[in-house]
Design a protein around this ligand. Structure first.
Ligand code: URP
Ligand code: ZN
Ligand code: ZN
Length: 465
């Protein structure tokens, strides 16, 4: 099957230009002005952008967490992702007690198999760091095709500094990358105790307990471990301007540090926790939403290169039945996480590009190109000959009001209910297969359940971002 996409503006991290794009089977074959080729399908993309599919490197699909499961599985979650212009997800695979990393990967492959509509990979999360697990890093990088490893400095399953050091040492040797949830457990624990005593238990106090200083301290400590080992690190879901300063300071000292933020930290603020009737629980996530005053600095960091990627941290729980499953009395009992796998590209375009905070090219860089390089997805992340035909034809003029009812995520709310979007996907291809298209008043899924494949990723390339 061949597809000729005609007359669109091809956007790459390096620049944008008018070109036709020829897809042959699963790959982009060639590009150029006025391509004359009799393709099986010709698509008119005049007035539209031709973008590489978004790669979301931070999702939690079908994940057991805080006494429940994140609600989207690999079918509903990747359908929603496709409808938002995402064509690949790298999901967290939390090692269970006693499992090897290889076991964890095989278990999660079983969870995704036959369900995913898009390509996917996993980051093993090290929760049970036995010596043989540290020894397994080499195999995970070189054989399993999973060269990135998540660790938590927060939650009951956090790792100690020794484990962090050992993982940094091993990933340095073999071309791996440690990703860290950077929040100081004991600062939060002490704040929780104080608020408990004072009877301060509404969702607002979730944000207060997870104070900015907890993020700053953990980033600072992680950076020192990188300095000590000479390794590299990637901070997931960076939430605050103060955290970003720590990243910049460390980088200025020569520490190889990368950082991701999420749309929620770029667009929402801690006032959301004051929404009436326990609605503030919708935004209970870790790290939490921060004061409005710091948001501009995150955008500046994204535009200027201090932040390398944007991901969703998609971890959905219904407002009714899950966010209140342990009652409405104590923020500590609210499952942490929020939905966002479907809204990433639209939010970055509307709030970033349209509002002049980042360029179109930078949007492509932080949503696709950098992400592909960072996580070793060598066939993805750009519109270029030889790459997978993971393509979004994006209509910048399409108006769309975000509302849970028109989105596909398996959850009963979106944090951006009622937000007006300028621009939406017109057509989305995954390896040359049409998986989603605009239809009347929303994007519709038109792909095939089970089309998605597990992608073996390459070791980290290093020193290029
Ligand atoms: O609150 C969040 N972010 N939930 C998902 C798990 C994590 O920490 O990434
Ligand atoms: Zn996290
Ligand atoms: Zn997460």
């Amino acid at each position: 099957m061949s597809i000729l996409i005609k007359g669109g503006l091809v956007v790459t991290a390096a620049g944008s230009y008018n070109a036709d794009v020829l897809v042959d089977g699963e790959k982009i074959k060639t590009m150029g002005l006025g391509l004359d080729y009799r393709a099986d399908e010709v698509v008119d993309a005049a007035g539209k952008y031709v973008l590489p599919g978004v790669i979301d490197p931070h999702t939690h699909l079908a994940m057991p967490f805080m006494g429940t499961f994140s609600q989207d599985d690999f079918e509903t979650g990747t359908i929603a992702a496709a409808c938002g212009g995402t064509t690949c997800v790298v999901d967290f695979d939390l090692q269970q007690e006693g499992e090897s990393l290889g076991d964890a990967i095989e278990r999660k492959k079983g969870v995704a198999a036959g369900k995913a509509v898009l390509d996917y990979s996993f980051h093993p999360a090290v929760l049970d760091p036995r010596p043989e697990i540290i020894d397994e890093i080499k195999k995970a990088v070189q054989e399993y095709g999973t060269p990135s490893f998540k660790i938590f400095m927060y939650y009951g399953f956090r790792v100690d500094d020794y484990t962090m050091i050992r993982l940094l040492e091993e990933t340095k040797k073999y071309g791996g990358l440690v990703q860290v949830h950077a929040e100081n457990f004991d600062i939060i624990r002490r704040n929780d105790e104080i608020f408990e005593k004072e009877g301060k238990l509404s969702p607002w106090y979730h944000g207060q307990a997870h104070a900015v200083i907890a993020e700053e301290e953990a980033i600072e400590r992680a950076c020192r471990m990188v300095e000590y080992t000479g390794s590299r690190i990637y901070i997931v879901h960076l939430s605050s301007a103060e955290g970003l300063w720590k990243v910049k300071k460390a980088r200025d000292r020569g520490v190889e540090i990368y950082a991701e933020t999420c749309p929620q930290y770029l667009t929402l603020d801690d006032e959301c926790y004051n929404e009436a009737d326990w609605q503030g629980a919708k935004y209970v996530m870790s790290p939490p939403l921060r004061p409005k005053a710091g948001i501009g600095e995150l955008w500046t960091g994204l535009a200027g290169g201090d932040l390398q990627t944007v991901a969703t941290d998609h971890c959905p729980f219904d407002f009714k039945g899950r966010k209140d499953m342990n009652g409405k009395e104590d923020y500590k009992k609210i499952p942490n996480g929020a939905p966002g796998i479907e809204t990433l590209l639209m939010l970055l375009h509307s709030e970033g590009v349209v509002k002049g905070r980042i360029s179109l090219e930078r949007m492509v860089e932080v949503l696709s190109t950098n992400t592909a390089r960072m996580f070793g997805l060598k066939d993805k992340g750009a519109i270029a000959p030889g790459k997978d035909a993971d393509i979004v034809i994006f209509d910048p003029k399409q108006k769309f009001t975000l509302t849970q009812e028109k989105l596909h995520m398996n959850v009963d709310y979106t944090p951006w209910e009622g937000w007006e979007m300028s621009g939406a996907p017109a057509v989305v291809y995954s390896r040359g297969k049409r998986v989603a298209e605009w239809s009347g008043d929303r994007v519709k899924f038109v792909g095939e359940v089970g089309h998605g494949r597990f992608v073996k990723r390459e070791p980290f390339e290093g020193h290029y971002l």
